[in-house]
Ligand binder design. Sequence first.
Ligand code: GLA
Length: 525
Amino acid sequence: MKKRGNLGFVLVLGMALLLTACPAWSQNAHPQNLPQKAHSDADGLALTPPMGWYPWNIFGEEPQTEKLIKEIVDALVTSGLKDAGYAYVGPDEGICFSRGPDGKLTSNLTRYPSGLRGLGDYIHGKGLKYALYTDAGSKTCSTAMPGTKGYEFEDMRAFAEWRADYIKIDWCNSEGQDIVKTYTLLGEAQRAAGRPVVHSLCSWGEGYPWQWAGAIGHMWRTTSDICGPGKADWARAVRIAFANEKLSAFAGPGRWNDPDMMVVGMPGLSEVQNRSLFSLWCMMASPLIAGNDLRDMTRPTIDILTNLEAIAVDQDPLGAQGHVVWNDGNVSFWAGKPLFDGSRAVLVFYQGGHKFQQRIAWDEVGFGAADELYVRNLWTHETTGPHAGGVNVSVGSDDVAFLRISKKNEFPIPPILVADTYLVSLRAAGSRPEKLTGTVTVANKGSSDLPPWRVDPKSLPPWLSVAVTGSGKSQTFVNTVSTAGLKKGPYHVLVRADNVEPISGRPMSALYYDVDLEVVRNVRR
Ligand code: GLA
């Protein structure tokens, strides 16, 4: 497919509209003298884009309660989204805490009767990860909740006590604050709190976070909000995609451009538009944070959100963000997404009125002009080929051709990890020493077997040992507690496990789970 003209109308319109909200697009060169080392080098978190669900797009703040979040958590499991890799879930600006007279955050027990720790335990017990929300200024955007300003260390300790695994930090009510200094301080506070979390910066592109946020957190919003609560806006979502794609050079394992939570499955979009937006998010290696009501999804919405072949492009271990190679206003051609097995993802997005046909030539997508290649259609799940030199595609209005192209007639899915639980709770009632065990089983929904997970024994307290059993697609962490000599009281440890993806040889995002032990009486030696 050859370049057919200059940047088109849609792109120009999108740029013009976003320029007002976010005057950043001239500033997309890597800056000098700013820390560039991804923080994930140390914590091993978010080496592929985080996947999960957040309430804001569909609900706004008012209806968020423990009951609603638990219903969504249950729907996440039963709908199949959990098995497709969606893991981070929790309240967004859900009026879930306030600041007490002593300066400490306290759960809003009217809305969240189990408290925020209780909600976290419920989520961890389901094999999911706990996401919470706060703000870097004096108050959250609705002003209904306190921001972290002046309480950075205390608040991050509270989030750690509630056992959050992911914290989105908004930028409302931050007048007069230096954005880099503020988020740097919050990153330090998070690390000081001792619980590794995915740090999601939410300044809507303000302060050009792609230039510096990789050293502080794991993802950063690049644009203004994708919709107001309750209804998707197709044109706005497409504009956001075109703004976000320009920042592809800044993304990589542990550091992601975030074009906002998805609107797939929300009122206001057709099935074709849902499919296209999901493809764009996957092509851009965006965090896949669903924003629709998971309790009420059509079959096509579920099929789109759980399409493992599309998710494989998003979750690819190389972490490349695809980008627009050319755009004539109606047709945009996206490439620049090499995948871990040597294949490549390609996307053609058509916004014109009737069907569009074009040829994709292999030398345009990083292969040799005369290569004979196989083409996997990631939506029809059909493979054709080998095709010599290129392939013809035909795309309907608002639709995409989302393809994976390979020298081999096989299209492996990278690891997609799903746990039965992230919480082991054990109780020792007697004064005689005993051994207690609790297991965590982690399955890989991808297509390759994983080598055994590794837990560094030196990272464990003396009362706990962890053995990894099983092989192939499912492995179990057997946690054995020896209570001899333990004093009465609660014990806790966050266990970290690491693995290496066998095809690419790259480390996978570290896996963390909690082990709780309650010792009811002093135990003899
Ligand atoms: C900002 C964020 C949204 C959402 C709301 C909550 O607008 O960008 O994603 O968190 O705040 O008030």
